[in-house]
Write a protein that binds this ligand. Structure first.
Ligand code: SAH
Ligand code: DHB
Ligand code: MG
Length: 225
């Protein structure tokens, strides 16, 4: 029976998933979220189902080198880093020193400090340093920082992602603003991002619209061909 759904329905379905697929206690992840909330960080981390998708994708490509733009309190960082083999490395870039401090405590408590390289600063300023250090090539890239720079982060990451590797960009639909951007710079950046993707022969990319506890949004997933 098809029916119209609204945010109450999206919340109810995510609550159902929390109680089924995500019912097993995960004290480390729960503590990370509590400390992010107590630290005043904005509650904009991926939801549990979205985090599981990231982990599934990391496992699917056998990721040993992961790059993340936007650490926040380390929720997505922890979920992805847990998929790494013992010699794996996740590099995560965070602008806000307070977010980075909360995230690092969470990453340490998760026992992942040896596998995570957290760099504090504006990502566009950190990237030249990473390049000079010979970082990568990456197997999986998660772009989830300032949305205006998603195209720039993607272009930089593409040069350093191996064939068969995946690049995942979060929050590209933003309540439909990609179709009706008005004067929202982030929405215009997502439109430019898609125009660039359409012309970029090195990737096959798609964008999937999503609903859930975080509302109506969507992600772009690209494979390097
Ligand atoms: N990936 C996280 C959520 C990230 S929220 C999770 O799902 O758990 C976006 C983060 O990007 C915020 O912490 C914000 O401070 C950070 N950010 C904003 N501008 C940035 C920039 N220029 N460089 C790096 N990080 C940035
Ligand atoms: C915002 C950032 C995110 O990464 C997200 O998933 C939702 C919202 C934001 O900056 O508003
Ligand atoms: Mg996001």
């Amino acid at each position: 029976m098809p029916r119209r759904a609204d945010q109450d329905t999206f919340d109810a379905v995510d609550a159902f998933l929390e109680g089924t697929l995500f019912a097993l206690p995960d004290p480390v992840l729960e503590a990370a979220q509590t400390d992010a909330d107590d630290g005043g960080l904005p509650p904009i981390q991926v939801t549990a189902p979205q985090a599981r998708l990231l982990a599934i994708l990391c496992r699917t490509v056998g990721a040993r080198r992961i790059l993340e733009f936007g650490t926040l309190g380390g929720y997505s960082t922890i979920v992805m880093a847990r998929t790494l083999p013992s010699d794996g490395l996740l590099t995560t870039l965070e602008y806000d020193p307070h977010h980075a401090e909360v995230a690092w405590a969470n990453i340490e408590r998760a026992g992942l400090a040896d596998m995570v390289d957290l760099r504090v600063g504006a990502a566009l300023e950190t990237l030249p340093l990473l390049a000079s250090e010979g970082c990568g090539p990456f197997d999986f890239v998660f772009i989830d920082a300032d949305k205006e720079n998603t195209p720039a982060y993607f272009a930089w990451a593409l040069d350093r992602t191996r064939p068969g590797g995946l690049i995942f960009a979060d929050n590209v639909v933003r309540g439909g603003s990609i179709a009706d951007p008005g004067d929202d710079p982030a929405a215009h950046a997502q439109r430019a991002f898609h125009e660039y993707l359409a012309e970029e022969p090195r990737v096959s990319a798609t964008t999937i619209q999503t609903v859930g506890a975080k509302g109506y949004d969507g992600f772009t997933l690209a494979v390097v061909v």
